[in-house]
Design a protein around this ligand. Sequence first.
Ligand code: PMP
Length: 354
Amino acid sequence: MSRYFSARFAELEPYVPGEQPQDQQYIKLNTNENPYPPLPEVAAAAAAETRKLQLYSDTECTGLRRILAGRLGVAPEELLMTNGSDEILYFAFMAFCDEEHPAVYPDITYGFYPVYARINRVPSREIPLREDWSMDLDRMSAEPGTLFIANPNAPTGVAVSRDEIEAVLRANPDRVVVVDEAYVDFGAESCVPLIRKYDRLLVTQTFSKSRSMAGGRLGFGIGDPELIRDLSTIKFSTNPYNVNRLTQAAGVACLEKDEYNAENCRKITETRAETAERLRQLGFEMTDSRANFLFARHPRIGGEELYRELKARGILIRHFSVERIRDYNRITVGTPEQMDTLVRTIRTILEEKA
Ligand code: PMP
């Protein structure tokens, strides 16, 4: 830390993203990217837009919001587009949390929540997940503040139903509930149909996972126009041009062929089931993941060791050196070929250990 770094942030521990190695070719199963690249139309749309790169981007994301609103069955005023869903989550911590409204989230969840709480200097309450990794929504509900519910949760993949979230909303008439649906398209129930019924519900989603655009950085929030205006105030106070031109153009092209994305999600959920079955046969235990990753542990090999052994053999998965989940790994669901290599490599590692 330089001697100029503000004392406000002296204690800040930044979020640690998964490795993005630029040297070697790995089978990359560590950051929940989609294994299927975007359609050529998406690249073409972004490339065509480079001709206007001297101009700032549309702060309202007009074209993109129009087509996305149509896809989701909401109005454009119920949407705010952001630079990945990380940005809308950051805006939500800024807009809806303070001393009187602590951020409430599970002890094991998306690693950015505690960072966003700390950088905004808002208090937080971490409610332990139950032993079976399910979310204790009753305890979260009993804790005053703004709720953050990743559904499905990360890195566990465990989902809660829309009815359970609606029960939380009904029991809490005066507080904001943020439902982070980064992985919802892989088999969980979306809360988007509830936004008109509950004006304090904010749903966040992303193009990073189900729409193969992690590198484009495109996310969005869906909620009551008043909530959206609050978030927009934060956006216009930080970075009005938060979604660049190329990404807006790519996003429109991506949505024009949204069936392709839906088909990829279907393939990924199928591969998830097949891989889970094969890993179970090798002795792994895992949660019932509704996301594009598996959360698994093996009684005979630690999470850290498996991560290292696989990395040495050219396969990256994610291990978290975090209390409670040290024995586990989070494994992104790739193509069937990648998962076949993964399973066969793990089998070899286990045989060598035996
Ligand atoms: N929420 C969760 C639960 C995530 O795992 C991620 C991905 N790291 C995000 C949000 C943010 O993803 P992005 O900024 O790429 O939309």
